[in-house]
Design a protein around this ligand. Sequence first.
Ligand SMILES: C[S@@+](CC[C@H](N)C(=O)[O-])C[C@H]1O[C@@H](n2cnc3c(N)ncnc32)[C@H](O)[C@@H]1O
Length: 209
Amino acid sequence: MLGFLGEAIRNYRQTGAVAPSSRALACSMVSKLSQFKGPRRILEVGSGTGAFTRCILEQMGPGDRLDAVEINAPFADTLESTIIEPHLVANPEQVVRVHACAIEDAALEGPYHVVVCGLPFNNFPLEMTRRIFSIMLGSMAPGGWLSYFEYLAMRPLKSPFVGRSGRSVLQAHGSYLGELEGQLNGQRRLIIGNIPPAWSVHLQAMATG
Ligand SMILES: C[S@@+](CC[C@H](N)C(=O)[O-])C[C@H]1O[C@@H](n2cnc3c(N)ncnc32)[C@H](O)[C@@H]1O
């Protein structure tokens, strides 16, 4: 928790939160996993210290594979040593790989049935958000689910503090994310039991044919 706060102070734009997500938000973020039978491929983007990773690992079975991507090296180290290594000792028939790099640079091994994304999109330039969604959606199996979250009323709350150009970036994010929800069978759920409360948002990759 203190380590998380330190990283948030050092680089708030990239970290996007002052504390790890709650168990309630994590459960909602991984809820689509149960729709698929194994062996499943799962991608987690922005694992931080593992709030969602723990829930993913609890649901994994023999033959499942998780790729966890985390840009922040101290977070990636903590994730690997405190969560992934002990899990693999107990579950040697599963494959879990930590990619200590940006999602834009990760060597992904899809197609993924489920993508769980913890990135703070409202802190990013719109082009970066678009690029990352294109990478994630492009790595998915048809009919797979991508889950991301955003804090309740984050854009209106930020707006007064970011100047005119910042407001237009926030608005453009709202429009872009809204379009994705419209196009990709979007579903959302409000999670009050998180600080601050957050929406988990679920998008379904287009089935072909
Ligand atoms: C809001 S935190 C979420 C952490 C964790 N999933 C949770 O819910 O507690 C966002 C995380 O995304 C990571 N991150 C930011 N940009 C990234 C990128 N381009 N690629 C991979 N990880 C990134 C940050 O370092 C941070 O750990």
